[in-house]
Write a protein that binds this ligand. Structure first.
Ligand code: HCA
Ligand code: CU
Length: 397
């Protein structure tokens, strides 16, 4: 059978950009800025190991927040993980010194460069900001660090000043530049234009760090990649300051299935990663959260059940097992004849159209909404594995 997403992918034109897009996960930095989130050092170390095993390219943590964070950063750096550990600090020499004390190989420093950040937060002039940016990069580079510089609030900065700063820090030897939409005010085409403008002026690889204040974070991050960025910032479940940034699950699945970006992500860890955060914080992700939500693979309406029972791909973008989630069907007043018939067969009753109809009507008359949920997976296992192979473009036997 053909890939059910074939035509959708034609519209997506994924095969036109199969470049590798990297992921920096900032659960331990941006994520800890979310209300209700604070990890113990053991948890931080465990999360870092799991993110590394999952396959992210960089893991960000801030050593300047507290003594504990300093210790956690140092310990995580010592683990010798595959991912780069990025020590995130302010654009100040004394902060770079903290990164050095952690034996960091990578550091990231940030400095607000929009008019409002310069005037009302930092209270410095553009000239002072430029000088501080260049001096910080030179300082970090002279101490042998690999370095990313974040032009904080870059989306709201005066474009010519933004480019001036980017060019100056490129000259000073910066290894990556992060273009953030710090307050989440871009729309995808705007993020595309912004990143394109920067990309046309400098050669340094670009990160995109997009906030979700209006709900565009993930779309904006990908628009930035279409314009030339090659690294997306994520957190588990998208937690972060205010409404957060793109979720690791959504970004990783989109990269794999919609962008066909080469990677070795262990996507089947995604649901467990989300559960881990739930366990360690006061946050319960809403049930309809894409990929990892408890309703992400539930099917309810009668017409949906009828289709799902024949072929789950009729109403699923990718199989739940691929992302460590589970498919369930919901029985209640919407179940319809097919749903009722399936319930009968589960209960060992002979299938009979009349009885199925009567049960479906009975369920409606009860007016009790959803009555029960049943996992639906094992008998479809082979089909699911084949779907997964097909969608990755592998041969199906
Ligand atoms: C912050 C600001 C930041 C930095 C992003 C980055 C933002 O909270 O320190 O370093 O890429 O959103 O601008 O998170
Ligand atoms: Cu941020």
């Amino acid at each position: 059978m053909n890939d059910p997403n074939y035509y959708a992918n034609q519209h997506n034109a994924y095969n036109k950009s199969q470049k590798k897009i990297r992921v920096l996960d900032s659960t331990l930095r941006e994520g800890e800025q979310h209300p209700g989130v604070t990890f113990t050092n053991k948890q931080r170390i465990q999360i870092a190991w799991m993110l590394d095993y999952f396959g992210v390219d960089q893991i960000e943590i801030s050593p300047i927040v507290s003594r504990d964070h300093f210790e956690a950063t140092k310990t995580i750096i010592k683990q010798g993980l595959k991912a780069d550990i990025v020590a995130h600090v302010r654009a100040l020499k004394q902060d770079v010194d903290v990164a050095l004390k952690c034996d960091a190989i990578w550091t990231a420093t940030y400095l607000g460069i929009s008019d409002i950040h310069l005037k009302d937060k930092l209270r410095i002039t553009k000239e002072e900001a430029l000088k501080r940016a260049v001096e910080t990069v030179e300082y970090a580079k002279s101490h042998g660090l690999k370095m990313r510089f974040t032009v904080e609030d870059g989306s709201r900065a005066e474009p010519s000043f933004l480019i001036k700063v980017c060019k100056a820090i490129e000259e000073a030897g910066v290894d990556r530049i992060s273009i953030p939409d710090t307050v989440g005010v871009m729309r995808p085409i705007g993020m595309y234009n912004l990143v394109k403008m920067v990309h046309e002026n400098i050669k340094t690889p670009l990160d995109v760090h997009c906030h979700n204040d209006i709900g565009f974070a993930l779309a904006n991050a990908f628009a930035g990649c279409d314009a030339g960025a090659d690294q997306i910032h994520t957190t588990i479940d998208g937690i972060g300051e205010r409404t957060g940034i793109p979720s690791l699950a959504e970004a990783a699945v989109a990269l794999t299935y919609l962008y066909k970006s080469p990677n070795d992500f262990r996507l089947d860890m995604l649901t467990d990663l989300s559960k881990l955060i739930e366990q360690y914080t006061t946050i319960t992700p809403y049930d309809s959260k894409p990929i990892v939500g408890t309703s992400a693979y539930k099917h309810k309406a009668g017409t949906h059940l009828a289709a799902i029972l024949r072929n789950p791909a009729a109403y699923e973008p990718i199989p739940p097992r691929v992302v460590g989630n589970r498919r369930r069907i919901v029985f209640g007043e919407l179940a319809g004849k097919t749903g009722a018939g399936y319930l009968m067969s589960l209960l060992g009753l002979a299938k009979n159209d009349e009885d199925a109809k009567a049960i479906a009507a009975g369920l409606k008359n009860l007016r009790m909404g959803d009555l029960l949920e049943i996992p639906l997976e094992d008998r479809l296992e082979k089909k699911i594995i084949n779907e997964q192979k097909m969608m990755k473009g592998e041969e199906v036997k």
